[in-house]
Design a protein around this ligand. Structure first.
Ligand SMILES: *[C@@H]1O[C@H](CO)[C@@H](O)[C@H](O)[C@H]1NC(C)=O
Ligand SMILES: *[C@@H]1O[C@H](CO)[C@@H](O)[C@H](O)[C@H]1NC(C)=O
Ligand SMILES: *[C@@H]1O[C@H](CO)[C@@H](O)[C@H](O)[C@H]1NC(C)=O
Length: 435
């Protein structure tokens, strides 16, 4: 079983970076190149927007419900339009506010314009911002650009730029809302509302996000990734996890149902209440591109590290002093290296049933501290009562192929309340582990 899995890994490893001949037929597939910023470990993408067009760098936040850009830093455009309160655009944005501004009109300063609360999730800061639309250019998988004349987004301000990687002017939100990037693009191009994420661990090579394509990814002739993906439902957190939210607002973030954790095949005891999302939206497991390392609630963190250390001893790995922010570190000399990273105990996140698991090999669990010849378990203690018990972060996502299928078209709704009532989420999250 394990060896078969390994074989699959090797097969795909060669192919993944030959990326990617999609079987697109006539459907549009959009691609966002993503690069890891070596200083902040943030994942950065870029678009072109406005008239005249300018390039804009954005932080990739798959849990953010919409795109926002800084409108206070030379946002000059002849094509921008504020979204008028009570308009169709404001309904799509699910805005509950109507802004005014006592100054000369410009992006983020208009009367009778609905607003949202753009958030910088690196520093946990939200402000108010107008909803506007403007020309946005996206890259098409066919090599050309696809223009969206009226792409809806919100306006951030200078004080929301703190903590973002150098040159970044906003956030690319791939969250599950009607104006999130996947759903908005699926509506404009009449493509399946889904996106696939493949982050690169190296700042010198691109990762990608694909939007569209209905689940057919061919890495090379004859190799269809979609057939080898494991699937698990996406879970909707009934309570928004955002900085500012309204009663009844669900979370735009992507949660999955981790039911147990195994180290080298052995399940450990953890408080399963923490793995469930309660009525207040607390608990559960989410996927985050703005967290560099997986964060676990303290009792889970302790159970995992304890079991990991025990399994490491069996492998004759030599413990050494910790290197912040990590606590569990080993001497590099005592660990062999393999195609899937350092040869350390394997962590499985079991997803509901025993045969569905997210397998984490050394490349995705360990952080090398080269100067000290040390490798550390790349997990962070989330303290005693975090809002979300497990936040799966960047290191664990890298070199994995994750497809988020939003299942049904959300937009344009025929009649909003009726549409929402009969909306059924066929949310399937598939993943493929490859390296
Ligand atoms: C908004 O309306 C007020 C009152 O009519 C006016 O003084 C102000 O200039 C307007 N603001 C903009 C941005 O047009
Ligand atoms: C932001 O909030 C998250 C989750 O509550 C927390 O883990 C993180 O440390 C916070 N970041 C800052 C800079 O306060
Ligand atoms: C399990 O976690 C829940 C939620 O934090 C807590 O209320 C409960 O007391 C915990 N149970 C045990 C046995 O620690």
């Amino acid at each position: 079983m394990a060896s078969q899995h390994y074989h699959e890994l090797l097969l795909l490893s060669t192919l993944l970076f030959v990326f990617i001949s999609l079987s697109t037929q006539s459907h549009e597939t959009l691609v966002f190149p993503v690069r890891k910023d070596p200083t902040t470990l943030q994942y950065i993408t870029g678009i072109y927007q406005r008239t005249p067009l300018v390039p804009v760098k954005l932080l990739v936040d798959i849990g953010s419900g919409f795109m926002w850009v800084n409108c206070e830093n030379h946002y000059i455009s002849s094509s921008y339009r504020p979204a008028q309160c009570n308009s169709k655009e404001c309904a799509l944005a699910e805005s509950f506010t109507c802004n005014t501004c006592n100054d000369s009109p410009r992006p983020n300063c208009n009367n009778n314009t609905c607003g949202l609360f753009p958030e910088n999730s690196i520093i946990n800061l939200s402000t108010t911002g107008d909803v506007i639309d403007d020309v946005v250019l996206f890259r098409s998988i066919h090599g050309n650009f696809a223009t969206v004349p009226h792409f809806l987004f919100s306006c951030g301000s200078n004080n929301l730029m703190e903590g973002l990687a150098s040159g970044v002017q906003g956030v690319a939100g791939f969250g599950r809302t009607k104006i999130g990037i996947p759903t908005q693009l699926s509506s404009v191009f009449n493509i399946h509302p889904q996106f696939a994420l493949c982050l690169s661990s190296s700042p010198s090579s691109n990762g990608f996000i694909f939007v569209g394509n209905g689940g057919n990814y061919k890495l090379a002739p004859g190799i269809d990734v979609s057939s080898s993906l494991m699937r698990t439902p996406l879970i909707i957190n009934p309570v928004s996890t955002g900085g500012v939210s309204f009663e009844g607002e669900t979370s735009p973030e992507y949660f999955i149902g981790v039911s147990s954790i195994k180290i080298d095949g052995k399940a450990m005891k953890i408080n399963t209440t923490l793995l469930e999302i309660d009525d207040e939206g607390v608990g559960g497991t989410k996927i985050s591109t703005v967290t560099p390392f997986t964060i676990m609630e303290r009792s889970i963190y302790k159970a995992v590290t304890r079991a990991f250390i025990k399994a490491a001893e069996a492998k004759k790995m030599k413990s050494v002093a910790s290197v912040k922010p990590f606590k569990t570190c080993f001497s590099s000399e005592s660990i062999k290296s393999t195609r899937v990273g350092p040869d350390v105990p394997i962590i499985d996140l079991v997803l509901g049933s025993e045969d569905v698991y997210w397998r984490v090999f050394g490349a995705n669990s360990m952080v090398e501290v080269k100067e000290k010849e040390v490798v550390c378990l790349g997990l962070v203690d989330g303290g005693l009562s975090p809002r979300t018990s497990i936040v799966i972060g960047g290191l664990q996502l890298e070199n994995n192929f994750l497809e988020f299928d939003l299942g049904v078209m959300l937009y344009p709704p025929t009649s909003l309340p009726e549409f929402l009532n009969r909306m059924r989420w066929r949310l399937t999250w598939h993943f493929l582990i490859s390296f």
